[in-house]
Design a protein around this ligand. Structure first.
Ligand code: SAM
Ligand code: TMP
Ligand code: ZN
Length: 417
């Protein structure tokens, strides 16, 4: 059949870090872009689809997508995601900025560069403190929000050429920071050559992204979508850094976004790696994170969740219960399109992001409405797509529970609370 031919042809791709062979371990099928919310007026226009599949490099163990979506299709003036949408994340980024401000080893006039600064939530703290800084943000809409906060930002993709331009205009960077951005970038050679060019001799490159160890542990398969190209481990990041004259000198596990790791890279030999690096690499080896049987077991759990979630939602529909989605997350595009969840199973999704409201979710076209729609009247069940913000959302929506409402979650397994 057509699909088996396609399957045969795309079982293997080449690693975007080391050019080794990438072995596929899960095929989600055809998916739309996770942040391409559909204007109801343009519902007849064809949506862009790609094959969402994930694999592991046999040589360097980097977990990555099998197919790459052109960056301009994802990151453009209409990119809707705003970092300031969560109070917890705002605090998280402000804490990082304060840590930079209090760092004793920074000189008298440090220069901080952030890749993917989005609406400027982190850099605003540095701007207010008078620290020399620059945000690099290709998505024009959110870059404008950063500029409106007094953040200095250039609207472009960071890559080697951008790094050299910044170096010429501003001098070397003491800190380069990227949150939930490095894993979005397939062209890693250009990025890390750029980082090495721009970094001051004693500078650090700090980035934080969803941790593959947590994705496996929680079966959080919805972290896998177009924008998340790489799924890092300490082992794969350490190997990647070495290829570019950099060294992994620290790792720190973070609770945000369902479990992340903050990696710190320095020029090779410039800093003594902390014990945490060797410890996390050893833990990953013990857990055999990227071994074929570990990865195929993950795939079986994903398929199990798909079946359980679809049958639960069908049963609730047949019983006449109302179900609403909470958080039109990019992650939810993977869930909805893998499970075939459309407006027949979930009437609408509420979301606080202005640019998502009034639109339809990618692929399965569930209407997105403002948060106020949640209580008018409360549904019987709420499917928590923004499960990574569960504490914040459940606290804010306590009255839903008080009214007898129940939350449906699908990681680490399908359950109702
Ligand atoms: N740092 C913010 C946070 O953690 O909430 C934003 C994360 S958002 C998921 C990813 C951001 O990376 C988007 O705003 C996107 O425009 C930006 N981005 C994508 N490719 C980039 C590149 N090559 N250089 C700089 N930013 C990039
Ligand atoms: P994220 O998981 O990628 O951060 O996306 C979270 C989405 O959920 C984003 O579209 C904003 C939305 N959201 C709400 O609607 N209400 C909330 O209280 C929070 C924290 C997020
Ligand atoms: Zn590789």
């Amino acid at each position: 059949s057509n699909s088996s031919v396609r399957g045969f042809m795309s079982q293997e791709s080449f690693c975007r870090v080391c050019s080794g062979k990438v072995r596929e371990f899960y095929d989600f099928g055809r998916h739309p872009l996770s942040d391409a919310f559909v204007d109801p007026e343009k519902v007849d226009d064809e949506e862009f689809f790609y094959r969402l599949a994930v694999g592991v490099c046999r040589d360097c163990t980097m977990v990555q997508l099998m197919e790459e979506v052109p960056r301009e299709r994802m990151f453009h003036d209409g990119y809707p995601y705003q970092s300031s949408g969560s109070v917890v994340m705002r605090t998280h980024f402000e804490d990082f900025a304060k840590r930079v401000l209090n760092a004793e080893d920074l000189g008298t006039d440090p220069f901080v560069v952030e890749l993917g600064c989005n609406d400027g939530v982190m850099l605003k703290v540095l701007a207010d403190a008078g620290v020399r800084h620059l945000g690099v943000e290709p998505s024009g809409g959110v870059a404008d929000l950063a500029a409106a906060k007094g953040v200095r930002v250039i609207k472009t993709f960071f890559e080697e050429e951008t790094a050299r331009r910044i170096l010429t205009e501003h001098g070397p960077a003491d800190v380069i920071y990227a949150a939930n951005t490095l894993c979005h970038i397939p062209y890693m050679d250009s990025i890390l050559n750029g980082v090495r060019a721009l970094l001051a001799p004693d500078g650090v490159f700090v980035f934080e992204d969803p941790y593959f160890g947590d994705i496996l542990e929680r079966t959080s398969f919805d972290q896998i979508y177009d924008e998340h190209f790489f799924f890092f481990t300490a082992r794969s990041v350490r190997a990647m850094a070495e290829r570019f004259g950099l060294e992994l000198v620290d790792v720190e596990r973070l609770p945000v976004h369902g479990g992340e790791v903050r990696y710190t890279l320095a020029r090779s030999g410039a800093r003594q790696p902390s014990n945490a690096v060797a410890e996390l690499v050893a833990e990953e080896e013990t857990k055999r994170l990227t071994a074929p049987d570990t990865l195929s077991a993950f795939g079986e759990r994903v398929t199990g969740i798909r079946e359980e979630l679809t049958s639960l939602l069908r049963r609730l529909r047949d019983e006449g219960k109302t179900v609403v989605g909470y958080g039109a997350t990019a992650k939810s595009a993977t869930v909805n399109n893998l499970c075939g969840i459309g407006p027949d199973l979930v009437s609408f999704v509420v979301d606080s992001t202005p640019d998502k409201q009034g639109k339809l979710t990618p692929g399965t076209h569930i209407p997105v409405r403002e948060p106020e729609a949640f209580s008018g009247p409360y549904p019987d069940y709420a499917l928590l797509f923004a499960w990574n913000h569960a504490d914040e959302i459940m606290a804010k929506e306590q009255r839903f529970r008080d009214a007898g409402g129940q939350w449906i979650l699908y990681v680490p397994e399908v359950h109702i609370v």
